[in-house]
Design a protein around this ligand. Sequence first.
Ligand SMILES: [Cu+2]
Length: 112
Amino acid sequence: MSERSRLRLAAMAALMTAAALGLVAAAPATPSVTIDNFTFNPNPIVVAPGEQVVWTNGDDVPHTVRAEDGSFRSKPMDTGDSYAFTFTKPGIYTYFCSIHPKMVGKVIVRAP
Ligand SMILES: [Cu+2]
């Protein structure tokens, strides 16, 4: 292999690496829980410490999210409303809807 084609290959490899890194950087989205048909989805949701979880109500009745340990608590969310909370400490957080207490969900916070 000539020096020239070796250089060309090295340049291509560098470009491909950069492209791959770009994809990785663009991928992370805010972890989201949708409330539909009186159900939290996904349940449980797993996030890393420092990540924010956004709940959005897709039902046509109001819902809330309230932590069993009191660490977070939303106002009633109407259709399309959202509530966000950032989890800093690892652990398992059980939450429920204070209007419909049978609706229960879990957030698992752990280092990836
Ligand atoms: Cu509810």
